[in-house]
Ligand binder design. Structure first.
Ligand code: ADE
Length: 267
């Protein structure tokens, strides 16, 4: 999978993503991440990319043309197969959105977008190429957004100074779903948000620490009992910590009864 991040701060993005698991996956050729500096597409001698908003108001806006040119450079390269993905498109033409050699999805990071979650990460992990557009200042001229953006995405209900951190969050969450990126494929399967349940608690050596013992079932070697205990702990944890998720998870009648009894015992 190829990520293309359009930004005014390419170093920030690349420094943050070139380490640890994601950096290793890039080195292994499972992912590619490029940061495209929008300033390289400035069309005036001062290399400025921002200007005052028409109608007045605070701050500066990123202008349409440099953003469009940066996008076009990436989209043309994708269409010509230079990233090893997609077929050739006719010269000077935007490829169709859903054909092979298709027009790539372009995510604009904005607090006005749909809120990013695990389901969206899973869906976006199916794409071969993903363009992430990071805004700064007071935002970007609406006209270029209308022309190139396919998805508006927020990482939560708070306002950041730019789209770089949200883009990095998305690249991290999506990359770990790309086959091969996590060495242990099971770890992407049994984790928080699977079936809308949070992950169960985990323990490692020693068996006793600060007077706290590892739950005995985990030392029993009885795999069916361990699985049952883990699922129950996931259910309890989700009920206690994320009632909003708990509403959406599907439990068997037996599990509901177990939870009722457990809560009664705890209170
Ligand atoms: N840009 C500024 N704040 C943001 C947020 N919460 N999510 C995505 N992009 C943003």
């Amino acid at each position: 999978m190829n990520f293309h991040i359009l930004t005014l701060f390419p170093d920030m993005v690349m420094d943050g993503l070139n380490t640890s698991i994601i950096g290793r996956a890039v080195n292994a050729g499972l992912l590619s991440i490029e940061a495209v500096n929008i300033r390289d597409y400035a069309f005036n001698k001062h290399q400025s990319v921002d200007d005052y908003p028409y109608g007045g108001g605070a701050g500066m806006l990123m202008q349409a043309e440099p953003v469009y040119l940066a996008y076009k450079a990436v989209a043309d390269k994708i269409a010509s197969g230079q990233y090893g993905a997609g077929d050739h498109a006719a010269e000077g033409e935007l490829p169709e959105k859903s054909a092979p050699g298709k027009r790539p999805r372009v995510v604009y990071l904005s607090p006005q977008g749909d809120v990013f979650d695990q389901k969206m990460a899973e869906e976006l992990a199916q794409e071969e190429d993903l363009i992430l557009l990071c805004g700064h200042y007071e935002g970007i001229d609406e006209r270029v957004l209308e022309e190139i953006v396919t998805d508006y995405v927020s990482i939560g209900d708070y306002v950041l100074t730019g789209g770089e951190l949200p883009a990095m969050v998305m690249v991290d969450a999506i990359s770990r779903l790309v086959p091969g990126v996590l060495h242990n494929d099971v770890s992407a399967e049994f984790e928080s948000f699977q079936d809308n349940l949070l992950e169960y608690p985990q323990y490692s050596r020693p068996e006793e620490w600060h007077g706290k013992k590892v739950p005995p079932v985990l030392l029993s070697g009885h795999h069916a009992n361990i699985e049952k205990w883990r699922r129950e702990q996931s259910i309890l944890r989700t009920y206690e910590r994320r009632p909003d998720l708990f509403e959406k998870c599907e439990l068997t009648e037996k599990e509901r009864k177990w939870l009722e009894e457990e809560l009664r015992a705890l209170n």
